[in-house]
Design a protein around this ligand. Structure first.
Ligand code: OGA
Ligand code: MN
Length: 295
């Protein structure tokens, strides 16, 4: 089968046909998908009824696996997925939607804020691959923003001002902005801020993008309020409809995005009904900035 990619949105997003993700990819196919990711930043695959293992095997064509530890508050004993994929569902180990006041549920609501996966890690994620195993009946669209197009559209003065800015990112900033502020000492240690450049350059095509995320909570060299206002302004700019693609999930869709060039968020959905989404995450290979100042 030949791989074909059709562009879905003004600046980015490709819809891929001609691949069965239950089968191993040839070297050529993997290279075509990787090139497609560099160009479109988000790729959509339909009708992929895959297992966790097949999802992970597909992800590993594009780099190493990012471990899920450090990314949420769920204790290992409570973790639902034996495969170790990131559990982005609203389900507990019993397969039922988590209670409204369940701590894991409250924490996971942070995915409704615009973010780039693992920007709270010193070496943040490269690609994320999200597979829809149960689609929620109401809401739950996932939105993506093209951070390259958003950067390009800034005026020259703003570009010059922010080009070398560095931000602190932490899960405690994103969750804190929703009023989730109670952490154990172990969690505080795990969620210690890391540093990220505000503007990053893609290693293959060299385009710059705004590296924003709700995990960002401080701009080095600026007061907290001044820095946060800047981040809010830039986020408002970057998430205008022109730069955004809305994905309406169908069962067995797989959507893959480049966290170095995009942000995403999930919209509110019916929490009394299941939504089973599972993510395989491809690790990044280098920090965006030296880390010592975050200590
Ligand atoms: C993610 C995420 C959004 C969604 O998997 O990283 O933010 O639609 N998911 O569940
Ligand atoms: Mn995410």
């Amino acid at each position: 089968m030949t791989v074909a990619i059709r562009q879905l949105s003004k600046h980015f997003v490709g819809e891929v046909s001609g691949l069965d993700l239950r089968q191993p990819l040839t070297k050529e196919q993997a290279a075509e998908i990787e090139a497609g990711m560099d160009k479109y930043a988000v790729l959509v695959f339909h009708d992929q009824d895959i297992t966790d293992e097949q999802q992970l095997a597909f992800a590993l064509n594009f780099g190493g696996r990012e471990e899920r530890r450090g990314g949420n508050i769920t204790k290992d004993a409570d973790y639902r997925l034996a495969s170790g994929l990131n559990d982005v569902s609203n389900l507990g180990k019993d397969g039922k939607p988590l209670a409204k006041d369940h701590r894991t549920h409250l924490f996971n609501l942070g995915n409704c804020l615009w973010h780039s996966d693992s920007s709270f890690r010193a070496i943040p994620a490269k690609f994320s691959l999200l597979s829809a195993r149960v689609v929620n009946p109401k809401g739950g669209n996932t939105e993506f923003a093209d951070m390259r197009a958003a950067y390009d559209a800034l005026d020259d003065e703003t570009k010059a001002e922010i080009d070398d800015f560095v931000c602190e990112h932490s899960l405690m900033y994103s969750r804190g902005s929703l009023g989730f502020v109670d952490y154990s000492d172990e969690e505080k240690q795990m969620f210690k801020p890391v540093l990220q450049r505000l503007v990053r350059t893609h290693p293959v095509h060299g385009r710059k993008s705004l590296y924003l995320s709700s995990h960002a909570g401080k701009v080095l060299g600026m007061s907290m309020p001044e820095g946060r206002l800047l981040l809010r302004d830039l986020t408002e700019h970057a998430t205008q409809p022109e730069f955004v693609y809305v994905h309406k999930w169908k069962l067995h869709d797989l959507v893959m995005w480049d966290n170095r060039q995009t942000m995403h968020r999930v919209r509110r959905y019916d929490q009394s009904q299941p939504r089973d989404m599972r993510r395989a995450t491809v690790a990044g290979t280098q920090p965006t900035v030296a880390q010592q100042a975050a200590e």
